[in-house]
Design a protein around this ligand. Structure first.
Ligand code: FES
Ligand code: FES
Length: 163
């Protein structure tokens, strides 16, 4: 048995240990925001957060996900209450077909947690592990820059409310 904690919920699963984390998240837990394209760790579309760090889940065996806090795009906002990064992607039209978007959003979440006030160059570099086949890169960078602003505003408001 494998126990995974995903988006705050614990799941105990009877799955073969040679399956990838991406496969199990998608096909056992229905978390289809985990997109699989290359299956070789090259495109970033399957990016999830493992203890807050971005990881290509197609390159992890499912058992390696045990004892960690896993987060997928489904653990961010809801369609009625988008996370600020998701809202920024919508506002900046940071996608065309959107296949790559969950991976970019998860990479952006980890990046902005480390660097809340990045330059455009830092943002472009941080997103370079994710591939967008539609070539929406300028809009994606706009979206991450906009998300950084939104998160700074939100976190500033939280701090003021706590004062
Ligand atoms: S599907 Fe995992 S990196 Fe491409
Ligand atoms: S928007 Fe189509 S792959 Fe990025």
């Amino acid at each position: 048995m494998t126990t995974l904690k995903v988006n705050g919920q614990t799941h105990t699963l009877d799955v073969a240990p040679n399956r990838t984390l991406a496969d199990v998240l998608r096909n056992e837990l229905g978390l289809i925001g985990v997109r699989v394209s290359c299956s070789e760790g090259e495109c970033g579309s399957c990016t999830v957060l493992v203890d807050g760090e971005p990881v290509t889940s197609c390159m992890m065996l499912v058992d390696q996900g045990e004892q960690h806090e896993l987060q997928t795009i489904e653990g961010l906002g809801t369609s009625d209450d988008l996370h600020p990064i998701q809202q920024a992607f919508v506002e900046q039209q940071g996608f065309q077909c959107a296949f790559c978007t969950p991976g970019f959003v998860m990479s952006a979440k980890a990046f902005l947690a480390e660097n809340p006030n990045p330059t455009r160059e830092e943002t472009a570099f941080a997103m370079s592990g994710n591939i967008c086949r539609c070539g929406a890169y300028p809009y994606i960078v706009d979206a991450v820059m906009n998300a950084a602003e939104k998160l700074r505003a939100r976190d500033g408001a939280d701090r003021r409310a706590a004062d």
